[in-house]
Write a protein that binds this ligand. Sequence first.
Ligand code: SF4
Length: 343
Amino acid sequence: MISGRVLVGQGPEELKELVAEFGEPGFRADQLIKWIYRPVAAIEEMSNLPIGLRERLARETIYHPCSTVTIRHSRDGTRKYLFMLQDGELIESVYIPEANRSTVCISSQVGCKMGCTFCATGTMGFVRHLTAGEIVDQVLQVILDVGSRPSNVVYMGMGEPLENYEQLIRSIRILNASWGINIGIRQITVSTCGLVPGIRRLGKEGLGLTLAVSLHAADDKKRRRIMPIARAYSLDELLDALHEYAARTKRRITIEYALMSGFNDSRDDARQLTDLLRGLLCHVNLIPVNPIPGGLHQKPRDSQVVRFENWLRRGGLEVSIRKERGADIEAACGQLRGQWEEI
Ligand code: SF4
């Protein structure tokens, strides 16, 4: 009895075992995996599988671990999804279409224990890790809704992906595999708040993905005020790990810097940031902070954001300002909460 086995998240070997347990020939596993990650909405649609096998799969397995509760549409085309998992927990994902690419931003945990003060997920606390199947299915659900595969996937939704390391790596392999969703490895970004051991471990995996690090302050004291993780790892330790990561992977690291008015947007802050990042293969992404209910941080004026960008540029850093997407539906950075009230 294979009761409760979830199909999304399985690889070729596991599916071979599954069809063997069902008394089916091995080639059925190849047919099945193509359907799983194509994807289709339901097992009944897997038209080249015998009806008896489809019925048994429908009875004894779960195809999609995520079911869509609501989809909110932003004026700019961004869509925010609220998904329910098999145990009733809720997570959110975001689809961001652009002129020549499209990105799905996915969650890796229900809630998050990192407690960053500018982030709505951080205020929820931690509930549980997601399985690789639950991570991957967010992308499949978006594909079913929009009708095409995204070019990019970013682990920037709810949760700290490096805390859920095994399932993160498993999900990346499925996203990237030719038998899976076939997203280019360079089009996959993992974003961390700065878990030093996880960064070092990821650097040794030999994957060519993009690492994004939430820095948000170039001074330990200041960073500790907004990011509790900074009490565990100093900026020195973090920068050491980033240099090691860049040396191993030869990949440019994205440094996320949420600009908060009067907190980290002064000329001195820019100078400190420039000094800290000098010599690191990186690119700074400035994100004017998105207000969250009850949050303390305010967005700087546009003119201050541009001034800050120029200071960094003059200091020799590569910089861009992240274009805000989906703020009218609370789908912008740091605004995901997985709540019913938003419906
Ligand atoms: S910013 Fe990321 S790591 Fe920090 S609380 Fe939010 S989800 Fe967690």
